[in-house]
Design a protein around this ligand. Sequence first.
Ligand SMILES: C[S@@+](CC[C@H](N)C(=O)[O-])C[C@H]1O[C@@H](n2cnc3c(N)ncnc32)[C@H](O)[C@@H]1O
Length: 301
Amino acid sequence: MKTVLKRIRYELGTVFRLIRRALLRQMPGRLLLHWSDRALLVRIFLQECVRQRQARQSPSIEPTISSWDNKAVLTRSILERHPLWGTQEPFQSNIPGMLTQSEKQYYSYLPKFYQGQGDVVELGPWLGLSTSILIQGLLKNPLFKDRKMFVFDDFVWRASWMGKWLQDEDLDEPPNYGSFLPLFQEQMKEYAEHLSVERQKIADYQGNEELPTLSWSRGRIELLIVDCGRQLHVNEAWYRILSPHFIPDRTMIVMQDWQNFKRVPEVFWENTKIFTDSKGDALDMIHEVDNAGLATFLYRG
Ligand SMILES: C[S@@+](CC[C@H](N)C(=O)[O-])C[C@H]1O[C@@H](n2cnc3c(N)ncnc32)[C@H](O)[C@@H]1O
């Protein structure tokens, strides 16, 4: 009886949370919409309820993935208000960046589950906020001993959308389309010996055309963090190059901005969910982080 009540409370909580989100975050600006547009919003809302419900099925992840100290087991967690990483103290970093507090907690939590079965790769570190948090977590994990984290970016400064993130910082902004690799290196000097940094492009994009294309010849990849664009061709590009090195039932792929498909109205180039859906059962969603944009997938082969 207690379990049934708990289940009902959980389901009701989910519905209320979805309604609150839809009303508070998305609807107010849209109340003057034509009735047909409102009907569309309701349809999107209901579809989203169904999607979240399906994604939550089977919380256990098979085969089991344990933390390096065997104190925790990785479980499925979809937009939970109190996820396991919710109590995680985020690692400190003064590097400017684009992560929410929940994402910092998540990036501090996930490296516990690294098992040393393949490399850790990050695409799109920008100035290194995500990198600095992930590496602090990895360095606490003995299974990362003597390893490096492999970081790729074209390091091309795009003032139109990067500049605003430096507004309150005491840092000189690089010239538009100039390289910001020196700025990254300066920010990351504390962790330089644990990083392998390559200036490569994942796909052609404003000012990176002359750079070499992403390449990988090291073997298996266990953890991949993707924060380098949301368009289909960019995601297809890294997937083509890196997925032959993924380990079935083990490789975790963190997709930043995955939740942007929820934006109303939809933005035509926010294609990350279309990309992951197109991979069918190969990408099994295990985490969707609340108050954040990311989702994580387990590669199933
Ligand atoms: C949103 S920022 C990453 C934010 C960062 N992870 C943080 O913690 O603040 C995206 C990064 O991806 C890089 N990027 C975007 N498109 C790229 C491409 N086609 N090839 C290589 N790097 C790219 C950008 O240079 C930028 O550093």
